[in-house]
Design a protein around this ligand. Structure first.
Ligand code: FEO
Length: 169
């Protein structure tokens, strides 16, 4: 049986992952409006990854005999000035998620749940990758991409991203 405080912390993180899915889905809609199909594809993969992150915790909590309690998902922002602003928001958001995963791991540590600490190790590593991926796109947008041609080239590159279902835990 899972500790009650840890169960709540897992439920809060499931909500944060589902919010991430919702936030990025709003960006998918933005890129569709902009007719940037490669950016839209990249963000769609992000949406699927966030869903997988939420479901990984959803399944784990139940496997541990905990109760999944879904919470209200906050409405995300719907408009951006530019792709650059979108990716600045994504990086900020991923940094916030990293701090939330760290706090969740702190709770698991505090209640001495070694199995949960070990499970969360996957998420800690995943956040390093997430921040690096977003950081790379942001760097290109910031340092190199200040004309429409570059945006067009980057759009082509981002079209190549594909979703690979993660093996969590
Ligand atoms: Fe689920 Fe992008 O962190």
């Amino acid at each position: 049986m899972i500790n009650e405080k840890l169960e709540k912390a897992f439920n809060d993180q499931i909500n944060a992952e589902l919010y991430s899915e919702y936030f990025y889905l709003s960006m998918v809609a933005y890129f569709e409006r902009m007719n940037l199909q490669g950016f839209k594809n990249w963000m769609n993969v992000q949406v699927q990854e966030e869903h997988a992150h939420a479901m990984g915790m959803f399944d784990y909590l139940q496997e541990r005999g905990g109760k999944v309690t879904l919470q209200t998902i906050e409405a995300p922002k719907a408009d951006w000035e530019s792709p650059l602003e979108v990716f600045e928001d994504v990086l900020k958001h991923e940094q916030l998620v990293t701090s939330k995963i760290n706090s969740l791991t702190d709770v698991a540590d505090e209640v001495k749940d070694r199995a949960a600490v070990s499970f969360l190790d996957w998420y800690i590593k995943e956040q390093v990758e997430e921040e690096a991926n977003v950081g790379n796109v942001l760097k290109t947008l910031k340092l190199i991409c200040n004309d429409a041609n570059c945006l067009y080239m980057l759009d082509k590159e981002l079209a190549a991203r594909t979703f690979v279902a993660p093996v969590i835990g």
